[in-house]
Design a protein around this ligand. Structure first.
Ligand SMILES: [Zn+2]
Ligand SMILES: [Zn+2]
Ligand SMILES: [Zn+2]
Length: 223
């Protein structure tokens, strides 16, 4: 491929990267998105050429880095699409704000050759995320608080053996259950204590407050 043709192809590739971008790109980002490897100097030279031709404009980020974005209706040597740029503090993207920009009247004696104005803040995408995440966390927190489940075991005080099929009655909620074949019963509560009455054949009835989740076993005294 002769030099002229290679140059045209390189220009096309860089132009298509910039056209497909949803925000302004810095040198490394352009280089990273090219379909084939191109040396830095070539990329720099082509971008420089685009800027002079009025196809692309430069934006200097608050980090001092240069970003490139496509121009709309600019002429060679005359960038007439003066607009603001927005830098997102979260995703770090720079976007062109395509709203007409009114430049204030300057005191006499000043002559403008370029306008560089950067607004920082949060882009619409990041704002939505920032609003959604706390809501999700809050929902998790509320659910966790409301529906904590505890497994409590009922056992023989002397043999430490599980007491199967014991009657469990929750005095706060006035509901009841029985222990399973391993001596466990479960309770759903948002409280840190439960008042419970447990009775089983051959044992004295237990009536007391359990501290959750520390007290996970209730011992019944044989009668
Ligand atoms: Zn321009
Ligand atoms: Zn953002
Ligand atoms: Zn722009």
């Amino acid at each position: 491929m002769d030099k002229q043709k290679r140059n045209t192809k390189s220009k096309q590739m860089i132009m298509s990267v910039l056209s497909n971008a949803s925000s302004a790109l810095c040198h490394e980002e352009i280089e990273g998105q090219l379909p084939e490897k191109m040396d830095r100097v070539t990329i720099y030279r082509i971008l420089q050429g685009f800027c002079e031709d009025g196809k692309v404009h430069k934006i200097i980020g608050e980090n001092g880095k240069t970003y490139y974005a496509l121009c709309h209706n600019c002429l060679a040597g005359n960038h007439n699409d003066k607009h603001l740029h927005f830098r997102c503090l979260k995703c770090k993207t720079i976007s062109c704000i395509d709203e007409p920009l009114t430049i204030p009247k300057l005191p006499s004696g000043y002559s403008i050759s370029d306008v560089a104005c950067l607004i920082t803040g949060y882009c619409p995408k990041c704002l939505v995320q920032m609003k959604t995440i706390p809501v999700i966390l809050l929902l998790f927190f509320v659910q966790f608080n409301l529906f904590a489940q505890y497994q409590i075991k009922v056992a023989d005080k002397e043999t430490k053996q599980a007491v199967v099929d014991a009657d469990v009655y929750f005095l706060d909620s006035k509901t009841g259950t029985t222990t399973d074949e391993t001596g466990f019963f479960s309770v759903n509560t948002k409280n840190s204590t439960i008042l419970v009455q447990i009775s089983a054949m051959g044992y004295s009835t237990f009536l007391g407050t359990l501290m959750l989740p520390n007290e996970s076993t209730v011992y019944l005294e044989p009668s």
